[in-house]
Structure formats: C-alpha cells, structure tokens
Ligand binder design. Structure first.
Ligand SMILES: *Cc1c(COP(=O)(O)O)cnc(C)c1O
Length: 453
C-alpha cells in the first residue's frame, strides 16, 4: 500500500515512511492510494478478539511491516488496557455505549497512540534512528502520547501544555511520568500559544532536521487506521447495519468511521456531534466552512475551530482533485471561510449537530437517572446529538473519556461524587517533574537543544 499527499505534491511513500513523516512535505495529509474493500471478509471476522481484528485490518494498510512484528506491536499496545474486552460495548436499555477509555490515560486517544508508540520504536529501531517528538496539548493528547512512548529507548518526547490551564488530573497524568525520555514543558501562555510555538519550530526545517523532530498529532495516518478497527469491531456485534454517534473536534475519530463505511462496513449513518465549537456541524448543514472563535466548554478536548483531519474528507469529496482542494484551503485561509457548491450532495451519511453546555449537563444527569450510567461531558455530547435524529438502525454512542477525567462537571451534574477512578486518585500523592518556560520560541528551542538526544 502506498500513500499520497492530499495536495498532490509528493511521490508516493510506503506505510513505514508515512508513519515517520506524519505530514506530507507539501503541507498536505497522507492518504492511501486506494481503500481496500473488506465486505467479503466481515463474516469471517465476527467473533475475533479486538487485537486479532486489529491485526487483520491494520495489515491491509501496513504491508511493509512483517506480520509477526505487527502482531506483537498490537498485542503489547492493547495489553496496557485495563479491560479484557479492550473496547467493551455496554448495552443498556435503549442505549449502546462503546467504551474507548480503558487505556492508560482513560481517553480514546490511547487506542491509536499505544499502537503508534510501538510502530515508532520498531521503524526507528530498524534504522538505528532516533526521534524527538514535539507536541502541543490542551490535555488529553499529551498524556496519551507520553504514555505511548515513555521508556522507549530511541525516542524522547517534549510536550508543551499551557501552564495552569489544564485540569489537575490532566497535568498529573503528564508530570508524574518520570522516565528520562519524557519532558513536560509548562508554557506560560494559552493552548494557542503552545500550538503556535510548535508550528513555528516545525517550520524551521533546518532545526527540525538537525534534531529529527517528529509529530504525534491526530493527522498521523497510523492513528486514523487504528481507529477504523473499533468501528468494525462494534458493527460486527450486530446482524443489521448500525449507526454511530461520534463526539468530534478534529474530525479524526469520525473520519475513521467514514473510512470504515467506505471499506464496506455496514454503517447506516454517522452522527457528527460537536460542542458549541460547531464549525463542522455548520459545514454539513450549509456547505460553508467558516472559522469562529474558540469557546471554552465542559468538553475541552473538542474546543477546536479548525479541524485538522477535515482536509482528508475534502480531498475525497473533491474526488481526489488536489487543485480544487488547495483552492478551497487558500480561500479559507485568506477569508476565514470557504464553501462547496452543492450542499445537498455533501455526504448524506453524516447527521451533524452542535450541542450546548446546558444540554450536555442535562444529558449526563438524565442518562444517570435512566440507566445508572455515568457519561463524561464529551461522550454526553454524542448521546445528546444522537437523540435529535430518528434513526431506523441500532445506534452506538462512542464514549471517548472516563468520567473521572472531568470530575467537576460530572459530579456537579449528577449531584454526587460518582466520577472517580483509583488510578487517578493515586496520582495526587506522586512525585512530579516539569519545566516551566516562557511562551517564547528561543526558550523552547534552547530547551530542545540542551535535552534532545
Ligand atoms: C480528542 C478527543 C475528542 C475528539 O476527537 P477528534 O479525533 O478530534 O474528533 C473527543 N473526546 C475526547 C475525550 C478526546 O480526548
């Protein structure tokens, strides 16, 4: 399988290289040259354990990785999950929840990042190479990336987070990891400052090359592929086509569902659920992609205005016409808004809607009252969004975080201390390490120069 750039300016590369480069040199995102059709494999995959299904799916895209090696990477990745079933489907009366949060940092990003960590180590090991990962996080991605690469011999990770602006639990999930190769950098600024710093350092190509800087953000193709697996896994638990409700920000998770359906998995509809940051919901309603200002919500991991994975969808929507895609992106960049011609033909598979704060709280409350089940605020956005549509197929709501990661919102909604997790409570008494830096490119570069290996 070979990978091309959405912007058309890159010679095709194979999977191993796609994983390491993350993003194409022309600024585009990587996509496979074609999507395999798995419809005739599905019956045979029914009943497979999650990692065995992951092996069958990922190998289609990673055909330059030895089967035995891939099996081992997947086995090691999912052994870090606290649940035998890895991603259990909880079936309540009238509500199906696919719990994706049983990995080490209790959010769905562990599913793909645990695999990515193993892939990095294997691919680099073969080249006796090193990689210095630089990432910016508002909370969840940083801890999941750290958990994925801690202690790996040929990787260092540097995570920029806004000092004092993540939740206590999110910070502790990063700073209590004391492995030598983990560097937590509290930046005196906002999450946007962290992202800007990361971007400008990556834009210094000489610096990037010299220190072999790599990225783990959600545009890495390997992350998308691993996420395809749980859509198939859950769909195979039903005899008829199913629908999914997906709380989304960067369009990463829901894009994986779109791919699964394009590969022949019987998916009826995908509910695209955003919080108040509704750029994606507006696009699918109106055909207009228009930037707003980021609003802070109870579901902070979806507080995003420009969805980094959306470019992949647009490329497929424009039938692989990179010129049209680039024109769209340039218009958006210049005017803050761009649109497609025919709203009606924007993928009818998606049912997109935006859920406000009050309804999120109300959904946490009513779900607890009806089912005794505790949703985190992100998962609640998905459940609330789905309830707005009349679906004829069974619905599966994706639960993207454990409620204990967001205890304030959850406990307040329910009126009891229900959002707890022993693993998180244990962190409070542990030793921590971090370095606080000014929101200044030179300060961060100096730190990297002194600490990168
Ligand atoms: C990252 C994240 C999301 C959004 O995922 P996307 O891939 O950006 O759509 C939703 N919920 C939680 C808990 C997250 O950490």
């Amino acid at each position: 399988m070979r990978y091309i750039s959405t912007r058309g300016g890159m010679d095709p590369v194979r999977f191993r290289e796609a994983v390491i480069i993350g993003q194409a040199p022309d600024g585009g995102l990587l996509l496979p040259e074609f999507l395999p059709d798995v419809s005739s494999d599905l019956e045979g995959w029914r009943g497979l354990a999650f990692e065995d299904l992951a092996f069958e799916v990922v190998r289609l895209f990673a055909d330059d990785i030895d089967d035995a090696v891939l099996k081992k990477i997947l086995k090691d990745a999912f052994e870090t999950f606290a649940c035998e079933d890895r991603v259990p489907l909880v079936q309540l009366d009238g509500l199906n929840v696919l719990e994706l949060f049983h990995g080490p940092t209790l959010a769905f990003k562990d599913v793909a990042l645990q695999v990515l960590g193993g892939l990095f180590e294997h691919i680099l090991g073969g080249q006796t190479g090193r990689l210095n990962i630089l990432g910016a996080t508002s909370g969840d991605t940083g801890s999941a990336a750290i958990a994925a690469v801690r202690g790996r011999p040929n990787i260092d990770i540097f995570v920029l987070f806004p000092e004092g602006r993540t939740s206590l639990m999110q910070e502790l999930q990063m700073t209590t990891v004391l492995d030598d190769n983990v560097h937590c950098l509290g930046i005196d600024g906002t999450f946007d400052d962290c992202q800007e710093l990361m971007k400008s350092i990556f834009n210094d190509l000489a610096f990037k090359e010299k220190y072999r800087l790599g990225a783990v953000n959600s545009v890495n193709w390997a992350r998308v592929v691993v996420q395809v697996v749980y859509y198939i896994y859950a769909a195979l638990k039903f005899k008829e086509p199913v629908s999914f409700s997906v709380p989304t920000g960067n369009f990463g998770n829901v894009f994986a569902g779109y791919l699964a359906r394009s590969m022949g998995v019987p998916i009826d509809r995908l509910v695209l659920a955003t919080n108040k940051n509704d750029i994606l919901a507006r696009f699918f309603e109106t055909g207009i992609y228009a930037r707003g200002t980021v609003q802070h919500t109870l579901s902070p991991s979806m507080d995003i205005q420009v969805a980094s994975n959306f470019e992949r969808f647009l490329y497929l929507y424009f039938n692989g016409d990179s010129e049209r895609l680039v024109e769209f992106l340039e218009t958006f960049h210049e005017r803050g808004s761009a649109n497609v011609d025919h709203v009606d033909s924007v993928e009818p598979l998606f049912l997109a809607t935006s859920v406000g704060e009050e309804e999120t709280v109300e959904t946490i409350k009513s779900t607890y009252a009806a089912h005794g089940y505790v949703l985190d605020p992100h998962s609640a956005v998905g459940v609330a969004a789905a309830s707005r549509f009349k679906l004829t197929s069974p619905l599966i709501s994706l639960a993207t975080a454990h409620p204990a990661k967001f205890p304030d919102a959850v406990n307040e909604a329910i009126g009891q201390e229900v959002a707890t997790h022993a693993e998180l409570e244990r962190l409070v008494s542990q030793a921590t390490r971090k370095t606080v830096l000014a929101a200044d490119e030179h300060a961060v570069k100096n730190y990297l120069t002194e600490n990168a290996r």
